[in-house]
Design a protein around this ligand. Structure first.
Ligand SMILES: *Cc1c(COP(=O)(O)O)cnc(C)c1O
Length: 429
C-alpha cells in the first residue's frame, strides 16, 4: 500500500495506523470506520465537568449511534453513573462489561424483550409509559422471583409516545397509586423527554421546552410527595438529553426537587451537537471514515462514467477516474457525484485536498476524480477520507456537512449509516 502518513493533520497518523491494525485483525470490509479514542475521552471529560453534580447517563442506543457499542462502552463506562440503551443486544454488551451500573432501556420494551432481559438477569430498568406495561413487568418479575426496576416516563412535552399522560393531576395520582399497588415493582427513576430543546430559548419564559420542563417538575413534585407520604423510597430524576442539557443545564431547574438528577447524553458524546443552537462546546467528532482506492482508470474526452451517463469527460487529454470499493450502500444515495446531484460530494486525500465524486454512484462502487484540489493524483492503495474534519480546509466534509447534503437529516443518522453499513470495518484508534 502506498498511503502516506501526514503530520499536517492531527490524528491522521493514528487513524491510518489504526486502519492497518484493523485490517490485520478483521475480515476486511472496504469502509474503514475509526472511533477516535482521544476525542471520545475528551468529550466525556468536557460533558462531565459541565454537568457538575448531575449524574452522566451515557446513551448508547442504535449501537452507540453507529460507533459500535462494543467499541465505545468499554472506553467510557467507568466514568458514567448510568448507561441507557434500547435493544437487548446492547443491554447484553453493557451488562457483561459492568455487573452493577444502572442500566436503562430508553424505549418501552416489547414483552419479548422484557422477558429475555429478565430471564438473563440483566436487571434492566425498563421504561414504562402505561399501566398495562407496568402490570406485565410486575407479572414477569413475579414469575421469575425478581424485583423489577422501572423508569417512569412522563409525557411532559406532549409527544404522545413514551410517556404517561400528566395533563390531569387527579388521574395521574390514581395511576401512580395503581402502580404502587403492584407487587415486585420499584420505581427507580422518573423522567421526561424534551424533543425540541436544541432550539430552545433557555431564558424565554414561554419557550415550549421550558414549559414542558415546568410541567414535568410539577408532576414530579406531586409524585415525590405521594411516595413520601407512603414511606416509599424516592426515585431519581432525569429530564435532559444532550440538547436540553446544553440549553438548560446551567440553570439547575430541578434542584428544588431535592433528588439525585442524571442527564441522558448521547449525541454530544460523539461530538454531534456542534450544529445545534445550544452546542456542547469543545466537543469534537469521534467517527472518522476512510476507504482505499481500488484502481485508477483513464477515460478519453467524450466518454461517460457510471450509470445513467450523467458525467461526461470534457478534458481534451481525458481524465483519470479513481474507483472506490464503497458506494451508496454505505455513503447513502445522497452522496452523489457531479452530473447526478446539484450538491456533489467529495472525498479528502491525506494532505487535505478534495476529490469530486463523478456521475451516479452505485451500491458498492464509487467513481471519483483522481486529481485533487491540491493537484495530488490518487493511485491504487491511497486512503481517502469520506467524512472527516481532519483537515484545516473549510471545504472538508464533516458528519454535519454530510447530514446537510443528505437533505438535513440528523447527524446521528449519518454515523449510523456509516457505522452500521454492511461495508464497514469498525475499529478504535
Ligand atoms: C436518544 C435519547 C436521549 C439522548 O439524546 P441525545 O440528543 O442524542 O443526547 C435521551 N433521552 C431519550 C428518551 C432518548 O430517546
Amino acid at each position: 500500500m502506498n498511503y502516506q502518513l501526514s503530520e499536517a493533520v492531527p490524528d491522521h497518523r493514528r487513524f491510518v495506523t489504526g486502519c492497518v491494525g484493523a485490517m490485520k485483525h478483521n475480515c476486511v470490509k472496504p469502509m474503514m470506520v475509526g472511533v477516535n479514542k482521544a476525542a471520545l475521552k475528551d468529550n466525556l471529560h468536557t460533558i462531565k465537568s459541565r454537568l457538575g453534580n448531575h449524574g452522566l447517563c451515557a446513551v448508547l442506543k442504535g449501537d452507540a449511534y453507529g460507533h459500535g457499542i462494543d467499541i465505545v462502552a468499554p472506553e467510557i463506562i467507568a466514568a458514567c453513573s448510568h448507561v441507557a440503551v434500547v435493544d437487548n443486544y446492547e443491554l447484553g454488551i453493557v451488562r457483561n462489561l459492568d455487573a452493577e451500573i444502572p442500566l436503562l432501556r430508553l424505549r418501552v420494551g416489547s414483552d419479548f424483550e422484557i422477558v429475555e432481559a429478565a430471564e438473563k438477569r440483566w436487571r434492566v430498568r425498563e421504561m414504562v409509559a402505561s399501566l398495562p406495561k407496568v402490570k406485565e413487568i410486575s407479572r414477569i418479575a413475579g414469575r421469575l422471583g425478581q424485583q423489577a426496576e422501572i423508569h417512569l416516563s412522563l409525557d411532559a412535552a406532549g409527544l404522545g409516545r413514551n410517556g404517561l399522560n400528566i395533563s390531569d393531576a387527579e388521574s395521574f395520582d390514581a395511576l401512580l397509586l395503581a402502580i404502587l399497588d403492584l407487587p415486585n415493582i420499584h420505581v427507580a427513576s422518573v423522567g421526561c423527554h424534551l424533543p425540541d430543546a436544541g432550539d430552545a430559548d433557555p431564558v424565554e419564559r414561554h419557550d415550549p421546552s421550558r414549559l414542558a420542563l415546568r410541567r414535568f417538575s410539577a408532576s414530579t413534585r406531586r409524585l415525590l410527595q405521594l411516595f413520601n407520604d407512603r414511606g416509599i423510597q424516592l426515585p431519581e430524576v432525569s429530564a435532559f438529553s444532550s440538547a436540553s442539557s446544553c440549553a438548560f443545564g446551567h440553570n439547575e431547574l430541578l434542584k428544588d426537587l431535592h433528588q439525585p438528577v442524571f442527564d441522558r447524553i448521547g449525541s454530544s458524546l460523539f461530538g454531534l451537537t456542534v450544529q445545534n443552537r445550544h452546542a456542547e462546546k469543545n466537543t469534537r467528532q469521534v467517527m472518522h471514515v476512510g476507504t482505499f482506492v481500488c484502481d485508477v482508470v483513464h477515460r478519453r474526452q467524450g466518454e461517460k462514467v457510471g450509470y445513467e451517463h450523467c458525467y461526461r469527460v470534457n478534458d481534451p487529454t481525458g481524465e483519470r477516474i479513481a474507483l472506490l470499493g464503497t458506494g451508496w450502500l454505505s455513503l447513502s444515495r445522497y452522496q452523489q457525484g457531479e452530473g447526478k446531484s446539484i450538491t456533489p460530494a467529495f472525498g479528502m486525500n491525506q494532505f487535505g485536498g478534495s476529490h469530486l465524486f463523478l456521475g451516479r454512484q452505485s451500491m458498492n462502487i464509487s467513481t471519483i476524480r483522481a486529481r485533487g484540489s491540491d493537484g495530488y493524483e490518487l493511485s491504487a492503495g491511497d486512503l481517502l477520507f469520506l467524512t472527516t474534519d481532519f483537515g484545516p480546509v473549510d471545504a472538508v466534509p464533516s458528519i454535519s456537512k454530510v447530514a446537510w447534503w443528505m437533505g438535513g437529516v440528523q447527524p446521528e443518522f449519518v454515523t449510523s449509516t456509516f457505522g452500521g453499513s454492511a461495508s464497514s470495518t469498525r475499529f478504535l484508534f
